[in-house]
Design a protein around this ligand. Structure first.
Ligand SMILES: [Zn+2]
Ligand SMILES: [Zn+2]
Length: 261
């Protein structure tokens, strides 16, 4: 029997320079648990080295982790990439990493980029600045995600910075996206009235949390058999199941704001 499951599939950890240092794997998962989330995705900019630890805590806490990343393409478009397995995400990261320009992070200016284990110990520092565009086009990124049997979807399409509509003027049909993410600044109704062409896509909403308090501020309710990769793929790629975007009390408005078949 299919049920509604609550997912926040766009969360940054302390590895993203813009993410709070309190965003450790343990803190993220515990906060997600407190908010009643069934599935989460931690999507750091152009990398995913904290996922090993997020996975451990998520497993302990009974939350499904969808391994993910937020890629920044050559066109300055943010693209969410989701993978079935942690191994798949890590292998994908290894392939993408050489395309990240060799620019050193300045932690005082951009923020720290730390790898934190499941006990909140800092176990590594990422030296390359992660918030840069990969030397890969959007088309290349989509193709590479597919070659790892992952799912990609444009992030926060309504946003002026790094949103696909502002950067390219439209969502290219030929890339075959079935779903797009809207930011928490906009409701599905507002997005559809501004860009009627989004009607053909499944709209998902996530918090894009950089701070603990923001986790679950917007979630997507997925109607599926189990909170799993298979369930998610069914909804995002095969149009099976249904989706609702839900805003919680810490976001701009309350309640269910839209339903999409
Ligand atoms: Zn983004
Ligand atoms: Zn983000």
């Amino acid at each position: 029997m299919a049920k509604w499951f609550k997912g926040d599939l766009h969360i940054h950890s302390a590895l993203s320079p813009c993410g709070s240092l309190y965003m450790s794997p343990r803190a993220i998962v515990e906060e997600a648990k407190k908010r009643g989330l069934d599935l989460i995705s931690v999507t750091d900019h152009n990398t995913c080295d904290n996922l090993v630890y997020v996975e451990k805590v998520a497993h302990e806490e009974g939350i499904t982790l969808i391994p993910g990343m937020e890629l920044q393409t050559e066109e300055e478009v943010h693209l969410l990439a989701y993978f079935e397995t942690l191994g798949g995400a890590l292998a994908f990261k290894e392939e993408v990493y050489p395309y990240l320009p060799d620019v050193k992070n300045d932690p005082d200016y951009f923020g720290d980029q730390v790898i934190v284990d499941e006990h909140d110990n800092i176990v590594g520092v990422e030296e390359k600045l992660l918030i840069n565009s990969l030397l890969l086009s959007l088309d290349q990124c989509v193709e590479m995600v597919r070659s790892y049997r992952g799912i990609s979807l444009p992030a926060h399409v309504d946003r002026e910075t790094f949103g696909i509509i502002n950067q390219l003027g439209f969502v290219p049909d030929y890339l075959g996206f079935r779903a797009v993410e809207i930011s928490r600044a906009i409701t599905p109704q507002e997005a559809l009235s501004k860009w009627p062409e989004l009607e053909g896509y499944t709209l998902v909403g996530s918090s894009d949390a950089h701070y603990l308090d923001d986790i679950g501020a917007v979630v997507t309710l997925f109607h599926m058999e189990t909170p799993s990769w298979e369930g998610l793929r069914g909804v995002l790629e095969e149009g099976r199941g249904r989706v609702n975007i839900l805003r919680t009390s810490s976001s701009r408005s309350r309640g269910v704001v839209g339903e999409f078949p």
